[in-house]
Design a protein around this ligand. Structure first.
Ligand code: 0RA
Length: 649
């Protein structure tokens, strides 16, 4: 007995040591904040499981000012009895043994689960300290751990008349670096998602880190339907009521439960979010494909039956245009394509979701003919717009060919024909274009001056033909040489393989107008050449805001703060030196040498790479930022002022 106890303890220590040595393997990147936040979800998910098992309706999360965090639930409390195999309390086993999670409760499977499902013990291992307080059988139990190791055995510290568990922990800053503080926005987003997926579960977040504590409560009785309502919050919806679908199917290992909510709006994009056992599958998977197939077939069959369709069948893209949907599948034993659970691969789910959606959506259409008609009409419109866009696009292509070679006259091309080393500057205005042409490295840098404000394509959602007829847009398409259109399966669509330049660099003035023009260009690229952004070909040049000169020395500053630092530096010990400060209002004010030196020289320049964290968020951003709803836009810009100036999409 004694021997086996100590052997097990050693095993436990080795397990925790492995997590401390390689946190990345268990929790994600310990530097960029992903592992740090993953710790929260590992702990919260245990309480969510307790809710799913029917024992708690509320969870409280508190962010404390010492950067520790606690999670309280009102469930059964972690079992405290001595564990047969280990000779220590079951609670201590859960807290110190990797993967000890749901082993104690065979009556229900663990539904929710962290990203890697490593359990709370992994969080314990990477915590400076962790404290567990259990209310159970009228007694309060407590145990503290440091770096995952118990300071003393579980002890009784008082009495109570409720039940539940509270876990508090402080991330060990010997392990986490760079991003070391919990991000309220990130916590809030994920918590709201969890609350939407668990109708009736109240999750309260209290942030005590600032002098004015901040409390937010998430409780959605409407569940997924309310979630979809929120996705469409700023959109014009086609039907007021969100469509709700539920169903289940027995498989060998248990029951697969399927729940969906759907609502169409007049938006251009589709947003479908997929979950398995409360975990987001960012890349979809078999539930997504089941839904897609069922949508296409049920809309088409209804349209045909009611004679609402003249020509060809509607495509999946047509049917899904403007759709917001959430699919939540609960599965006793799901398989994913990777550790991070980004994609569900359990093949039986395709058919299960497909059958349920096809049947229930068909019933819904029959019972709500006016809604059904609107959905079909919207898809027909989408199909017509797509066809018109295709024709206009082909015309643009043919015209390019007819005009000989297809390169626009305005393009000052580079000499190299090796796209991997070539870059093209999309420059605002002819005068800046002139400086850029003179200043560039003509071997690898091409310049394309664009005149004035290019068309706001976001306002031409249903009129793609107009987009293709636009002069500046045609010029851009022909210069880049990679086609146009985001439907990569269609011939002539944008294809990064054909791109004539590895880097597309947007260079506009560092003022409000410049920012606007840059956004117009980005909107066009996002809506019509998205792979260029997704594959990292798009950059934003960073021209300086100031030139500071003292005698023959001249320096450039890109921000106000930098200007002040350089001023101090140049003044040295003599505060009275009156330094020359020139503020650049536009690129045109710089001579070619200055433009080269500050903004274009690949050896010294800084550029922003345009990246997409979340395509859906970017879609929404462009919808709001460039769409026609003015009050919405103002509210959005006020809320996201910082991101908008950085144009980090
Ligand atoms: C194992 C078994 C039981 C409850 C729990 C774990 C449990 C774990 C956590 C973690 C956070 N909150 C929690 N609440 C419960 C069931 C014990 C029983 O049968 O009473």
């Amino acid at each position: 007995m004694e021997d086996s106890y100590s052997a097990d303890s050693i095993q436990v220590l080795e397990g925790l040591e492995a997590v401390r040595k390689r946190p990345g393997m268990y929790l994600g990147d310990p530097h960029d904040g992903s592992a740090l936040h993953h710790c929260i979800w590992e702990v919260v998910d245990n309480s969510v499981d307790e809710h799913l098992a029917g024992h708690t309706d509320s969870i409280d999360i508190t962010l404390h000012s010492d950067n520790s965090l606690s999670v309280r639930d009102y469930g059964r409390g972690i079992p405290v009895g001595i564990h047969e195999d280990y000779g220590i309390s079951a609670a201590e086993v859960i807290m110190t043994k990797l993967h000890a999670g749901g082993k104690f409760d065979n009556s229900s499977y663990k539904v929710s689960g962290g990203l890697h499902g490593v359990g709370v013990s992994a969080v314990n291992a990477v915590s400076e300290w962790m404290e567990m307080t259990i209310h159970r059988d009228g007694t309060i139990y407590f145990q503290r751990y440091e770096a995952g190791i118990p300071v003393e055995p579980l002890k009784e510290i008082g009495t109570c008349d409720d039940t539940g568990t509270m876990i508090s922990f402080k991330p060990d800053l010997g392990i986490f670096t760079e991003v070391v503080e919990f991000d309220l926005e990130e916590v809030n987003t994920r918590v709201s998602e969890t609350a939407f997926l668990n109708a009736g579960l109240k999750i309260k977040i209290s942030d005590e880190r600032s002098s004015e504590p901040h409390v937010v409560e998430h409780l959605y009785e409407g569940g997924l339907a309310e979630y979809v309502g929120q996705l469409n919050e700023r959109r014009e919806v086609l039907h007021a009521e969100v469509i709700k679908i539920r169903g289940e199917k027995e498989i060998e290992k248990g029951t697969v439960e399927v729940e969906l909510a759907l609502q169409w709006s007049d938006a251009f994009s589709e947003s479908i979010r997929c979950y398995t056992n409360i975990i987001r599958n960012k890349d979809g998977g078999t539930h997504m494909s089941g839904l897609r197939t069922a949508l296409t077939s049920s809309v088409n069959s209804y349209a045909k039956k009611k004679n609402l369709l003249k020509g060809d069948s509607l495509s999946g893209d047509d049917v899904r245009e403007g759709l917001a949907a959430v699919v939540s599948v609960k599965h006793p034993d799901p398989s994913f394509s990777s550790q991070t659970k980004d994609k569900l691969v359990s093949s039986e789910v395709t058919g299960i979701v497909q059958t349920i959606v096809y049947d229930k959506l068909g019933e819904f259409f029959e019972e709500n003919p006016s809604v059904a008609k609107q959905i079909v009409e919207k898809a027909v419109l989408a199909s017509k717009a797509r066809e018109a866009a295709r024709k206009a696009r082909d015309l643009t292509r043919r015209k390019g060919v007819l005009e000989g070679g297809g390169l626009p006259g305005k393009l000052a091309d580079c000499q190299s024909r090796d796209p991997s080393e070539c870059e093209v500057y999309l420059v605002e205005g002819d005068s800046a274009g002139g400086s850029a042409k003179t200043g560039r490295d003509r071997r690898i840098q091409a310049i394309l001056p664009l005149r004035g404000k290019i068309l706001n394509v976001e306002r031409q959602k249903h009129n793609a033909a107009k987009v293709f007829q636009n002069q500046e847009i045609q010029t851009m398409i022909r210069a880049l040489g990679a086609g146009v259109g985001n439907n990569t399966e269609e011939e002539g669509s944008f294809d990064t393989e054909k791109l004539r330049y590895n880097k597309i660099i947007i260079m506009t003035d560092a003022d409000v107008d410049g920012a606007h023009i840059r956004t117009l260009m980005l909107t066009f690229i996002w809506r019509f050449m998205r792979p260029a952004i997704e594959k990292g070909h798009v950059y934003i040049a960073q021209p300086p805001l100031f030139q500071l000169s003292k005698g023959r020395v001249s320096k450039y500053a890109f921000t106000d703060e930098e200007r002040d630092t350089i001023l101090e530096e140049l003044r040295g010990d003599n505060p009275n030196t009156k330094i020359g400060v020139q503020r650049y209002k536009g690129l045109g004010e710089m001579n070619p040498e200055q433009l080269w030196e500050t903004t274009m020289n690949p050896e010294t320049r800084t550029m922003l790479k345009v990246t997409v964290k979340d395509a859906e968020d970017s879609d929404r951003m462009f919808e709001i930022l460039m769409g026609d709803d003015v009050p919405d836009r103002r509210a959005f810009i006020e809320k996201h002022a910082k991101e908008v100036t950085n144009l980090d999409i």
